[in-house]
Design a protein around this ligand. Sequence first.
Ligand SMILES: NC(=O)c1ccc[n+]([C@@H]2O[C@H](COP(=O)([O-])OP(=O)(O)OC[C@H]3O[C@@H](n4cnc5c(N)ncnc54)[C@H](OP(=O)(O)O)[C@@H]3O)[C@@H](O)[C@H]2O)c1
Length: 250
Amino acid sequence: MSTAQWALVTGASSGLGVEYARSLARSGHNLVLVARNRDRLESLAGSIVQEFSVKCEVLLADLHKSRDVARVAKRLRDSAQPIRVLINNAGYGIPGHLDESDASLERDHLTIHITAPLELTKAVLPGMLERGEGRVVFVSSVAGYLARGSYSAHKAWGLTMARSLNATYKSRGVHVSAVAPGFTRTEFHQRMKMDITMFPSFLWLSAPYVVERSLTAVEAGRAVTIPSFRYKTLVAIAAVLPKKWHQAGD
Ligand SMILES: NC(=O)c1ccc[n+]([C@@H]2O[C@H](COP(=O)([O-])OP(=O)(O)OC[C@H]3O[C@@H](n4cnc5c(N)ncnc54)[C@H](OP(=O)(O)O)[C@@H]3O)[C@@H](O)[C@H]2O)c1
């Protein structure tokens, strides 16, 4: 890429977000790194600037908070430094069934997976359409193909939005793509305090691999990608199994 363009990554302080940031910098993008952990973002920005000679902004935001989402949306609308790539990546899982979980945690969980990506995508789309080029990624999950609580429902939203938006805008140069990874080695499970010792090693994907598949898919204009043959197969099997086999609580 000759003229540096900008990419904005949410959840850039850890896991998949770090890999998106590094990969986009490697392909010549300047970066806006969004998350809450200042030290981590500044350290990542420093290493990216040094390694890839691109510009890197740190934008601290708690995406549970509407005023913080609005600040990120404002950066996405800035036509002086237009954003070519938006990666809606920030997210996490919460344990427990809906009858037991905390209502405010559920609200935040919905906000980070749906309200925030919706508002950020809405903010960036008009400029992308005007310029005739843009890329938007929703980091979904194989959980989006199942029916296992709020997390599955949120991730299904990302899959459906990507299919719908890609069909609407691809012909105008704006590609929208959801990636649906299975278990990926990041801080996700640790943050959820999930015991992962029962999951066999063949199920685990690496974050660089997931990000490489995702960025290849969005550039190619594919609405959805499931990284790895093993997870494509598992999703295909789940589609033909009786639904009650992969519905939590049934
Ligand atoms: N790892 C997996 O197995 C897996 C599988 C399928 C899908 N995913 C999806 O992949 C995405 C990235 O997760 P990951 O696996 O990379 O996990 P991770 O290592 O725990 O990273 C999560 C990121 O989200 C950010 N985040 C969390 N709450 C936030 C908030 N309120 N405001 C702003 N940023 C927030 C965190 O930053 P701060 O704490 O600094 O704010 C962090 O950068 C998520 O959407 C997740 O659902 C993960």
